[in-house]
Design a protein around this ligand. Sequence first.
Ligand code: BG6
Ligand code: MG
Length: 216
Amino acid sequence: MKKEYKAIIFDLDGVIVSTDECHYEAWKMLSDEEGIYFDREINERLRGVSRMESLEIILERTEKIYSEEEKQEMAARKNGYYVERVMTIDSNAILPGAVDFIKMAKNNGISVAIGSSSKNTKLILERTGITKLFDAVADGNDVKNSKPAPDVFLKAAEKLGLEPSECMVVEDADAGVEAALNAGMDVLAVGYAKNNRKAKFCMNNLEEAKGEMFNV
Ligand code: BG6
Ligand code: MG
């Protein structure tokens, strides 16, 4: 598989870095304050989905109508709780095999980029100390339409100066797999999305994928 692609575009949360618990706890705090039911099953539906769209999913469990201003305030409050937690993470939050996989890709002449819905991408890369590993970063600040729209992956390819067909995406979210397919890119699905049948390749994580891709 390595010879086919000029670049690999990685989703961040759930692929490179484990921030799941930070997101869950922050949404749980907000939901509890608002008296809205929220559990881990609902939380799974937020994977890969932008902050405002995630809030809309959470609001499905309430009859209350919130104004646009109230929604903005709630999203900001959740982000405050989230950032508080992200500020405490470090390189221990990097998922198994991620750094090795990226380094092996680069050693094989493959460019690497981030394509994430998160507006906190730069902060997370800094906290985990991996900013310099990437040739390009496209995130929630670069695009209007979030996954499953293809925008963030197209943006990453554009920043790398490559055609979509030259890129492979690594994703852990079904919305992200859709986004990559909509961008015309092949997908390696890992983690939560590892059974996604639309993906060209499916593996448990990057630790397993590095063996398959780079024969180690
Ligand atoms: C994605 C996460 O990477 O980023 C989602 O999987 C999250 O759960 C989304 O909602 C947006 O993140 P942020 O940091 O901009 O609120
Ligand atoms: Mg993800």
